[in-house]
Write a protein that binds this ligand. Structure first.
Ligand code: C2E
Ligand code: CA
Ligand code: CA
Ligand code: CA
Length: 277
């Protein structure tokens, strides 16, 4: 009926309105969370096949007063769209520098911290200057940091990418391509870039022991990267079988729940000290 139709339409509008309101509210909350620095970095070990540490990845969480810890997938996309990723990304890098400074002062040899950098942040004109400034201010070696960029970010504006990557390399910062294999970049493209590492996405690792195609893709990535002199790390390693399979294909660095979940810096330190004994 007509009435029913009208109700459907108004319900439709209402739900759009509600979604928009919720989004606005989240954005507002996020804005003040950034002002108050209501975030925490978790650290996940990167290891050799025996679980010996070779580095770490910093993964952000929002410490929300009412909702508890909020995962990055719940707010990073909103932060990107609202332009808040720039101040948030700067906080992440500075916080990582402060953490590395503490680890060095306490005699903890954490080889590096890998940091996720979003497209909007990387495209800022002063991106490299911000990195250089933080490194200088916290007096940490640039070689202790790895910038993780996704394929999409890298190939989106290749001239700007090359320029910034060279500047980062000049500082001594390392560069990794995150979620590798999920984008559309070819290794021919990538060989023109000063890359240190390719990170195989967990979607390939998940089915590696059962999906013949994923196994072939991984093997190809590993061989080509090594021929180009680029290191390979696999993320999302959850089982011994996955780890062994990857190792047999030539992968030497692993990250995933099989070795450890991401942890607070305090738990991470305990984990590292245990491994040192
Ligand atoms: P990512 O960079 O691909 O990070 C890997 C994600 O996989 C992390 O989720 C990590 O906790 C999770 N993970 C680690 N090991 C395993 C495993 O064995 N199995 C499975 N299923 N998952 C595993 P998390 O911490 O929720 O982060 C999600 C995404 O949020 C990250 O994906 C990254 O794209 C983004 N992100 C995290 N921190 C930051 C940040 O500081 N800045 C920016 N721009 N993005 C960030
Ligand atoms: Ca990452
Ligand atoms: Ca990934
Ligand atoms: Ca990612």
């Amino acid at each position: 009926s007509k009435t029913k139709g009208r109700n459907t339409i108004s319900f439709f509008h209402q739900s759009i309105q509600e979604a928009a309101d919720a989004r606005m509210f989240l954005e507002k909350e996020l804005r003040s969370a950034i002002e108050n620095q209501d975030f925490i970095l978790y650290y996940q070990p990167q290891t050799d096949r025996f679980g010996r540490l070779s580095g770490s990845e910093a993964l952000i969480r929002w410490e929300h007063g009412q909702k508890g810890l909020i995962a990055p997938d719940q707010f990073i996309p909103v932060a990107e769209e609202a332009g808040l990723i720039v101040p948030l990304g700067i906080w992440v890098f500075r916080e990582s520098c402060a953490q590395m400074r503490k680890w060095l002062d306490n005699g903890l040899d954490i080889q590096h911290i890998s940091i996720n950098v979003s497209s909007k942040q990387f495209r800022q004109q002063d991106f490299v200057d911000q990195i250089a400034e933080a490194i200088r201010q916290y007096e940490v070696p640039a070689s202790r940091f790895v910038i993780e960029l996704t394929e999409g970010v890298v190939i989106d504006n290749i001239d700007d990418t090359v320029k910034k990557m060279r500047a980062l390399k000049h500082l001594g910062v390392k560069i990794s391509i995150d979620d590798f294999g999920t984008g559309y970049s070819s290794l021919t493209y990538l060989k023109q870039l000063p890359l240190d590492e390719l990170k195989i996405d967990k979607s390939f690792v998940r089915d590696i022991t059962t999906d013949f195609n994923d196994a072939i893709i991984i093997e190809t990535i590993i061989n080509m990267a090594h021929n180009l002199g680029i290191d390979v790390i696999a993320e999302g390693v959850e089982t011994e079988a996955q780890k062994d399979f990857l190792y047999n294909k030539g992968c030497r660095v692993f990250q995933g729940y099989y070795f450890s979940r991401p942890m607070t810096s305090a738990d991470f330190e305990v984990w590292v000290r245990k491994g040192e004994r």
